[in-house]
Design a protein around this ligand. Structure first.
Ligand SMILES: [Fe+2]
Ligand SMILES: [Fe+2]
Length: 167
């Protein structure tokens, strides 16, 4: 039966981002191992810690709203992880591989930014509690800050180092 309930849209989005975050808890350590730049490694490690906390906060939201977590595979993030593995796996260790890791991570960050942005809007429209909205806002801020740090790493150091290597 087709849903006519906005809450169902919210719940589907919430389960999707939950599955995405759990995939990332496994995927980010592989990026850390593959990266060479120490600042990039440290930034990825820090974001892994945030991602683990995001999983916990999403579980708290499900609990607070009495919504079971549906096991909906997050195909888009799985595909971005798989394509990224291939891209940075095929790049030589060093700044070129680091640039490929950043490209992969930023695509995923933008998926997360879009998802949390939409979830905040839906949660506000549905009249959910300040605590639910704050947890989503915190995740959105963390994703934006991770994305900005990746942009800085690429534009201020890694892309130039990769070009110098190629020269
Ligand atoms: Fe996340
Ligand atoms: Fe993220």
């Amino acid at each position: 039966m087709k849903t006519n309930d906005l809450d169902d849209v919210f719940c589907t989005m919430l389960c999707d981002i939950y599955q995405a975050e759990t995939l990332l808890v496994d995927a980010i350590p592989k990026m850390v191992d593959a990266a060479s730049d120490p600042v990039l490694k440290e930034g990825l490690r820090r974001h892994l810690g945030e991602t683990e906390q995001q999983v916990e906060r999403l579980e708290q939201i499900h609990e607070e709203l009495s919504k079971p977590i549906k096991n909906i595979p997050c195909a888009p993030v799985q595909e971005m992880i798989d394509a990224g593995d291939l891209m940075y796996g095929n790049a030589k260790e060093g700044p070129v591989r680091d640039a490929a890791i950043i490209a992969t991570a930023q695509k995923i960050e933008h998926y997360e930014i879009a998802s949390y942005g939409t979830l905040i809007g839906l949660a506000q429209s549905l009249g959910y509690s300040a605590s639910v909205i704050e947890k989503l806002r915190q995740a959105l801020a963390e994703e934006k800050s991770a994305d900005a740090a990746l942009s800085s790493a690429a534009c201020e150091r890694i892309n130039a180092a990769a070009m110098a290597k190629a020269a």
